[in-house]
Design a protein around this ligand. Structure first.
Ligand SMILES: [Zn+2]
Length: 123
């Protein structure tokens, strides 16, 4: 479960609430997503699937992770923060101007994937 909680760590309460309220079958790729989640969660899946709101939150976290791996900041990534390793990054809402020891994009950096940068200049 620790892996599961780690993935949820960047979901602000509001998103978690929205995920909770969004019906699980609200989009076409539901079965694909469920299969993916089943694969990721392994033995935890059955336990988490008993709690639709947890499954929905996990699905949201998984979708965000996939977007990050594609170099696309998820919608709620609206802050500019600085990662010790990555430099200036786009961070989830609520992390504005934070100095981070590691970040959501560190995985991309390690994998040599694109890290989207916050807009520079005087905004
Ligand atoms: Zn980083």
């Amino acid at each position: 479960m620790s892996h599961y909680l780690e993935m949820l760590a960047d979901i602000p309460a509001k998103e978690a609430k929205e995920a909770k309220e969004a019906p699980l079958n609200s989009h076409n790729s539901q079965s694909d997503t469920q299969e993916e989640l089943r694969g990721i969660l392994g033995d935890d899946y059955a336990e988490i699937a008993k709690h639709p709101e947890q499954l929905a939150a996990f699905a949201h976290a998984h979708a965000c992770r996939k977007m990050r791996l594609q170099g696309v900041p998820p919608e709620h990534y609206t802050s500019t923060a600085t990662c010790h390793f990555c430099g200036p990054i786009i961070a989830p809402r609520g992390f504005e101007s934070c100095m981070l020891g590691s970040c959501w994009w560190c995985a991309n950096r390690r994998l040599g994937l694109h890290i989207p940068r916050p807009p520079t200049g005087d905004a």
